[in-house]
Each structure stands twice: as C-alpha cells, then as structure tokens.
Design a protein around this ligand. Structure first.
Ligand SMILES: [Zn+2]
Length: 56
C-alpha cells in the first residue's frame, strides 16, 4: 500500500484518500500541534508542523 506524509499547520485535516487509488469517504482528522495522525482508511499520515507552544 502506498502511503504519503502530508505536512500541515492546521489542527483539522480532511482526507478522502486521494491522490492514491484508495479513495474513501471524506473524513476529518484532528491533530494537535506537533503531533501526527494516521488516516484509518488509507493510512496516509498527517504531521502538524506547528511547535507545541503549550509545553514551552
Ligand atoms: Zn485517508
């Protein structure tokens, strides 16, 4: 399975599986600053590139 890593500065990302051939219903994933989350459908990984200011 082909997976990709998407960098984002948002804390909510939408994923519908594209551009991979493993399309799926559009879902929204929430992630905190500095964290990463993996889409349960297509295994795409989203990484939040914001620094975690709350801990500093
Ligand atoms: Zn996905």
């Amino acid at each position: 399975m082909k997976t990709g890593i998407t960098l984002t500065k948002q804390t909510t990302v939408a994923c519908n599986g594209e551009p991979s051939p493993y399309g799926h219903p559009r879902i929204f994933l929430k992630l905190k600053d500095g964290e990463k989350i993996q889409c349960p459908y297509c295994s795409k990984i989203f990484v939040n590139t914001n620094e975690d200011k709350a801990r500093k």
